[in-house]
Structure formats: structure tokens, C-alpha cells
Design a protein around this ligand. Sequence first.
Ligand code: SF4
Ligand code: SF4
Length: 383
Amino acid sequence: MVSTNSNKPTYEEYIEKPLERFDQKNEAFKRARWDDALVPAGKKFYGIHEPQTRPGFTRLDYALHEASWYLERGFARGTLGPNYGLFSWQSVDPKLTSSLPEGRIEVQDPLLMARQVKKVAKLCGADLVGICAVDPRWFYSHIFNLRTREHTPFEPPTECTSAIVMAHAMDYEMTKSSPTLVASSTTGFGYSMMAYGAGLMGHFLRGLGYKAIPCGNDTALSIPLAVDAGLGELGRNGLLITEKYGPRVRLSKVFTDLPLAHDKPVNLGVQAFCETCKKCASTCSAQAILDGDRITDRRSISNNPGMAKWPVDAEKCFSFWSQNGSSCMTCIRACPFNKVPGKIHDMTRWTIKKTTAFNKFFVWVDDLFDYGKKESAAKFWEE
Ligand code: SF4
Ligand code: SF4
């Protein structure tokens, strides 16, 4: 039987050695700028691409892709570094807060405040939101800023006691054509929503007189924060698996000193299901996902050792993206949790949460109905 939800996140039982904070310089996208093992792939991936006639790589697809990333690339740039534009740690213009009174509101009831913050999060475009205590282990030990090329040690902001973690769902239909620019565009829209959501939430918190550090993928690891905030669990594919959207989400977070009640981590049965399933591993063109047992060591410097899990081989993954000409989300497309809500799917998710007894059967049915198979990007434009 799957254990019931407890106050502990489900990764806890797999921690075998003390976890070190991760140096952001070792993340694959940053390595693509300094590590000879990934620089050639990075040059190709970030270089100019000519539109083609094959579906998913036409001029229409490129235009969609550029549009999807516009908010992140133009006004946030969290993929490059922290504390810029919509991810600024202060208001981008003091005039924008000049109409507000000095000082902070008194928070008498952190539970009510958390409810109100979650309401605002939904208005800021979050599809899921949770709040957790700040665990300093999840902050990067060093920041590698691609805007300035600086690599600097990072001290966690001790005054921030809570992280508001928001999940931004990606479009189900668009994931079906992975790995193409159509599927990659839903990632781009997700990143733009991260900038929009965290930026607006940060400004709301400042309006209450509190500190706000809005982030995309910068500053700290999003997945463990999302697990701590009760949004889901870590899957074999190295992604957060949520109950409603599976791995089809992008994550933003805002660190704050506003007094807030915290959510509890959840147990969706993902850990046990991933032991049986392995669909992400078998469909990954780069063979970047382990199809065997969990390991505690890292496969490359892009992994953080110490926890028994299925570390993704970032070199193989990113090299495939480069060769393919667009990012990939086949490990999202193929995942049985990547389904839209519906009576049968919801019942399956509920059963997986309660018992492991039918896991093999559910994977078999998933294969039988060919769920997660690739569809042409042309279909996306035709429908
Ligand atoms: S993104 Fe694509 S290449 Fe990378 S691990 Fe997932 S399926 Fe494999
Ligand atoms: S595809 Fe299967 S093994 Fe991979 S993350 Fe999803 S449930 Fe886990």
C-alpha cells in the first residue's frame, strides 16, 4: 500500500548522504556557455536556425516559438540570471509603489493570509499554488549569471521564511508533437507565465510592505520547493509530477517574509508508480533517463548527489535538443500522469494514490491505448 500523506516530503526517505547546495554553473544550460563538453551543442542550439518544410519547424512554428518566449526573454530573463525585470527583487520603478503608504500590514492570521495570497496567485495566472518553509538547501550555492558572466557565491536570504510556489500548466495538445517547436512553444508560454505570475505576486507582496524575491529557474531549485509546498512529487523523468497536470507544468516561486501558513507535502503514489512504469526512459530518444534502479551518485556534474533517484543525463538530453533543433518534452508527453482530467483518468490517479496493486495494469492499459504517442505538429495547426 502507498503510505498516507505525512508532514514529510516523499524524497526524504531516499536521502542517503547530506545534500550539498547545487552550483548553478553546473546546470546544463549554463554549461553550454563554458564547458567544452556542451559548448558545441550550445552554439548549435542557440544559433540561427533556418525554417524548414517539415512540420514543427516551419516559419509559422518559429514565429509561434518566438512569441511564446517574449515575456521571459524581453522582460524577465530568469534563464540568464536573477534579479532582472519582472524577477527584480525591488520594484523596477519606485514610482510604481509611490502611491502606497509606508510600513507593513499586521498579519494576525497566517492561515487567512495564505488563503488570500493563493487567491492572488490564481489571478496572477497560477494553475496550482502551494506555500512552504524556506529550506536553505534548495538555494544555489553559487549563481552563474549569463548576462554578466559572473560566477558568485550566494548566501540565502535569511529574512525570507516562506516560498510561494506556483505551477503554470502547459497546453496538453501542444505537448503531443514533442520534440518540435510547437511543443517547445508551450514551454515558452510556460516561462512567460512564470515571469508574469512571479512578477505580479512579488509586486503584491511589496504592496503589503513585505520583501519579495520573485524567481523563475534562477536563485533556487524549483522542484524540491514545489514538493515541499505540496504541489507534487519528483518523478523518474526528473520533473515534478502534479496530481492534476502530471509533469506538464512550469514552476515559479516567490520568497517572502510575509507571515504565511505552510502546506504539507503530498504522496500521490508517484514514487512507487515510477518503479514500475519507465515509459519516459523507453521513449527518450537520447536515452538520458535511467530505466533501472535509483542511484545515489551523479551521472554528471549537472546532478546533485546524495539522494537515491533517477538522475537525468543532462549531457545526452541537451545534446539531443541541439541535434533536434528544438527543445524536447517527450518525457512529459509519454508520462501516464500527463492526461487531461476526466472520470477514468481521475479515478486512475486516485487509485495510484491509494494502492500500488494496479500499477502494472495501468501501465499496460496506457500502452494498449497508445497514450503519449507522437502526433504531427501539422495537426496542431489544422485543428
Ligand atoms: S527532454 Fe527529451 S531528451 Fe531530455 S530527458 Fe526528456 S525525453 Fe529525453
Ligand atoms: S513516464 Fe512513468 S516512470 Fe516516467 S515519470 Fe512518468 S510515471 Fe514516472
